[in-house]
Design a protein around this ligand. Sequence first.
Ligand code: GLN
Length: 447
Amino acid sequence: LQRIENVDPYLHAFLFVNRESILDEAQSLDEQLEKANPEEIPPLFGIPIAIKDNICTQNIPTTCASKILEGFIPPYDATVVSRLKAQGALILGKTNMDEFAMGSSTENSAFGPTRNPFDLNRVPGGSSGGSSACVSALEAPVSLGSDTGGSIRQPAAFCGVVGLRPTYGRVSRFGLVSFASSLDQIGPITRTVKDCVTIFEVISGKDEKDSTCAPYPAFQAQEIPSREEVKKLKVGLPREYFSEGVDSEIIESIQNTIDFLEKEGIKLVEVSLPHTVYALEAYYIVAPSEASSNLARYDGVLYGFRAQEAAELQEMYFKTRTQGFGKEVKRRIILGTYSLSSGYYDEFYLKGMKVRTLVRQDFEKAFEVCDLLLTPVSPCLPFLFGERTQDPYQMYLADVFTIPSAMAGIPALSINCGYARSLPVGLQIIGRPFQEGLLFGLGLLIE
Ligand code: GLN
């Protein structure tokens, strides 16, 4: 709490700090600890965890960094939160984000941006910018983020920490405020791969409260292969991820890691994912379409904010949504409503879904000749505030390497692999569905 007090006025990683009750909760854990058998104390016992503000926390405000949810206090915990609490973890607070997780820089928060701990003039990435910055700046040991198209991995890379986007369906989305339901996943943001494993073991596994959660057991650290086994893996380098648009210093940093892996005896093969260039465009049809439907529920009646001075119901809806949503959220609602409307559905949404299948098949083909893929997380280093806000397409491009795996529903891990111009560089390891163990294995070797 002291660290947050000292550092957060500069960073603004937190939207809410659980100052009052966390000390009482810690006190009661202390009492339990005295009676407990030391061997039975779970690894997260007493560990404070920061939670992205689109994950519901009982009796703690959950705003999605949107004015429209101001004052909303969920009466229940998301499944991930109740699983963490059941292990003795403490909820430290709620972290800043792009409004409704739409963005790549945390500049879309209705409550002001978060700053990058490496350079306060630069963005921490997004949308889980607060969850990444607070772990990087030692305000929290670990946090949870959400990743729809890159929002765990890209900010983790920008802040020099570890982030996992799990296989779609491996972690329950119950209590995660929906953005694009076929893409959203919750995952850990941590300082080390080992911490990431510990959190993932607790939050993963089937959940009756989420019908899209796979009937698959929770992850266990035993699934991680030994160092010797990892060295026998074949790692693919997708040509399309090492193209001209990537910052040359990022490529250099990744190349150093590749050289290291070669020395360790790992076989590297070049592969091609030819539909990569279409993934971003298809994502910006599919994600806004689902968002426009999901965000229809914010009407001034059910949750949070309601505009005043409306004479009748339609006007109340109109004013509430006009005043409550920010610019980027409105852009997505308009785009999504358009591509779902009759006459355009086949031309846009259905076409987007077909491209999505092609993107997934690219990965399936690649995994016929290798076990894992290694890529940059983002083509760019953390950028300056305002640098990309005028041109949404430039902002969208920050996620060009994280969107394809999200569209395919496969797991991807982001870890730090060095620094360029004193800024962190992120490396991404992508794997087959439910093979998070392999990602961790390679991550541990590189770290
Ligand atoms: N930046 C992407 C978007 O704005 C991804 C966001 C996310 O993963 N939540 O949609």
